[in-house]
Design a protein around this ligand. Structure first.
Ligand SMILES: O[C@H]1[C@H](O)[C@@H](O)[C@H](O)[C@@H](O)[C@H]1O
Length: 633
């Protein structure tokens, strides 16, 4: 069709754009298909209006509903990620009583899923390359379904462990495949938003899990079976949906299945001309075959080829900083934070914990709205800075509580436990930091009376091993048992820190590591890059959750939160230096952003003007800034 390819140097960056054919451009260089036509009297404004109108027209034109359906079915993988990681805390409260689980078994049932996810995310990289995204998502939903059935029917703890491992395998494969699949199917101007929807579904899954935990917590017998088994429904729905959804066109082209790829592209691009996108994917694959990377396993080629090595460092770094800024500790710890602020009823604390997951969900929604407006870089930078500051607020809250820790006024001893360390503490702070002890006290207005530090009941941390706080019927007369926290008048500061933290973390640091990783690798390295980055995410997830209580014991709570805050600060500098803006670029152009030295990628890319946007002009594609008359034949 006489199409010309033109290389544009835009802010020092190289990008390929297709020059418009004369037939499709008006004499002012404006796209003829755009409506409404601008007033001729004000050329600069009219061009702007025209561009805006054309952009609008383009965006309406090129985004068929099918892409949204595809993104929603894929993001069910995110929902299951959130649900299965979130639901276990509520299920565990019932499980440990019913199956009399030791602390080791509780730990194993919680961590096994995360550990299996870390390993299977790496395996997912290989599977993605071999069998494609669609098969991997089908496989993940199959694992979720089988895992859910095994969990809900488990006769004992061993089978439960097997179920948790199966779910973990599904999780690992889903978490690295879904963002890649959505990114590869989305048009550039919507990609960020649609991939971020996956994290919205993760936090939606966490919120749903907390509601389900709350609802079934009243069902003391077998309530956990419903909690764990309900995940089968979205898993089956996703499996059925994916029987009808297509494979990623990029993977098909990579595999040489060109006709099929063209069919899928037409299906997901509606009435847009797909030639340019098809050619651009094909060209970048040809370039890759003859260019960077060399021979050997993909991970080796990635590490020896500077642009992919840098991208991998950025991708893994983002996931590491996401986890070391403590999101899962905060989520897990939120119930205790709420108890510190005076919520003493256990059931009420469970329902209020839903507020934390709801806040996380709502602020992720803000991220979906912001990602294409402010771009990935600004959003991530703002978010990690806010995360760092709010962690400091939390830490100061804990510091103030520690400095005003109530004293232990009674030192009762039980003859059989006379040499317990608990009775030696003089303040609540060291008592609550010792996992074997808790604080029993009576409250009279705002004054604390008759406080003691006593051993915790080994079977349930809800009561003391002996004495006034060992039994609910004895705990009348304003007597309370505080395990893991101290009553404090600074709880408002901690609560403020919690809300600020979620507001800052959820729109950026929550979703952006997933979104950015789905974009920054060239096609040949995409599944391996995402697999490694997801592996890093799960590894740090497990490290942070397993070390939190020890950290708190050695450095106190405020020490732990100051540590997370400094990690977030380090993360800010890392992102500032190394993360380029990928907004609105074609996936095939993004490799070029990593051509310079690693820590110049970020700084050189703050210029928004370099973004490449396309508008459709009578079935062709036209670069928005390409509207001067000289371009028209
Ligand atoms: O992006 C997600 C999200 O922010 C979740 O709330 C968190 O639990 C996950 O660990 C994280 O990867």
């Amino acid at each position: 069709m006489g199409e010309r390819w033109r290389k544009v140097t835009d802010g020092g960056e190289r990008s390929l754009i297709k020059a418009p054919s004369s037939a499709s451009i008006s004499s002012q260089g404006a796209p003829a298909a755009a409506a409404p036509a601008p007033a001729p009297a004000a050329p600069s404004t009219s061009t702007g209006d025209l561009e805006r109108a054309a952009r609008k027209q383009f965006q309406q034109d090129v985004t068929p509903g099918f892409v949204y359906v595809l993104a929603a079915f894929s993001a069910m993988g995110g929902f299951l990620f959130g649900y299965d990681t979130g639901v276990i805390s509520g299920a565990m409260l019932l499980l440990k009583k019913e199956l009399e689980l030791s602390a080791l078994w509780q730990e194993m049932l919680i961590s096994s899923t995360v550990a299996a996810a870390a390993l299977s995310a790496l395996l997912g990289g290989v599977l993605n390359g071999l069998f494609g995204r669609r098969v991997c998502i089908l496989l993940a939903s199959f694992f979720f379904t089988v895992g859910g059935i095994v969990l809900s029917t488990a006769p004992g703890k061993e089978v439960l462990l097997a179920g948790r491992l199966i779910v973990g395998v599904g999780l690992g494969i889903a978490c690295m495949t879904v963002p890649v699949y959505i990114a590869e199917a989305s048009p550039p101007h919507l990609r960020g938003q649609l991939v971020t929807v996956n994290t919205l579904f993760i936090t939606g899954g966490q919120f749903t899990a907390s509601l389900v935990d709350g609802a079934f917590s009243y069902l003391q017998h077998d309530g956990w079976r419903y909690m764990l088994g309900l995940s089968v429904l979205p898993a089956v729905l996703q499996f059925i949906g994916f029987l009808f959804l297509p494979e990623s066109p990029r993977w098909l082209i990579q595999r040489g299945l060109t006709q099929k790829a063209r069919r899928v592209l037409s299906q997901i691009r509606g009435n847009q001309n797909i030639d340019e996108e098809y050619d651009s994917i094909k060209n970048s694959l040809d370039e890759e075959d003859s260019g960077g990377g060399g021979d050997g396993p993909v991970i080796w080629r990635m590490l020896t080829y500077p642009p992919t090595r840098r991208a991998l460092l950025v991708g893994c770094g983002l996931h590491m900083f996401q986890q070391v800024s403590g999101i899962n500790t905060i989520m897990y710890y939120s119930a205790t934070i709420l108890q510190m602020s005076g919520v003493r009823d256990d059931k009420l604390a469970i329902w209020l914990a839903c507020l934390t997951t709801l806040t996380n969900f709502l602020f992720t929604l803000l991220g979906v709205w912001l990602v294409e407006r402010v771009g990935r870089r600004k959003l991530t930078l703002g978010s990690i800075l806010g995360t760092c500051l709010s962690l400091s607020v939390l830490a100061v809250g804990f510091l103030m509580s520690a400095q005003h820790s109530p004293p232990v006024t009674l030192h009762p001893t039980n003859p059989s436990l006379a040499n317990s360390t608990c009775s030696k503490y003089q303040l609540c702070e060291p008592c609550m930091l010792d996992p074997k002890c808790g604080f029993c006290y009576r409250e009279n207005g705002s004054a604390l009376l008759a406080s003691s530090c006593v051993p915790v009941n080994k079977a349930s941390t809800e009561h003391a091993a002996w004495g006034r706080c060992s039994n609910s019927s004895l705990m009348k007369d304003q007597t309370y048992w505080a395990y893991n926290y101290c009553p404090t008048s600074y709880s408002w500061l901690v609560l403020l820190g919690l809300v600020l933290y979620l507001a800052a973390f959820a729109p950026g640091m929550g979703p952006m590591p997933w979104t950015i990783n789905s974009e920054i690798y060239p096609l040949w390295a995409r599944s391996t890059g995402n697999a490694c980055a997801a592996g890093v995410n799960w590894t740090f997830n497990i490290l942070v959750s397993l070390t939190f209580l020890h950290l708190a014991q050695y450095f106190t709570y405020y020490g732990a939160f100051f540590l997370y805050s400094s990690m977030a600060l380090l993360g800010f500098f890392f992102i500032y230096g190394c993360l380029p803006e990928t907004k609105a670029r074609r996936l095939e152009e993004i490799e070029a952003l990593f051509e310079n030295q690693l820590c110049s990628c970020g700084a050189s890319d703050s210029d928004e003007g370099r973004q490449v946007e396309y508008i459709r002009v009578k079935g062709s594609n036209y670069h928005l800034s390409d509207n001067d008359a000289s371009d028209v034949d």
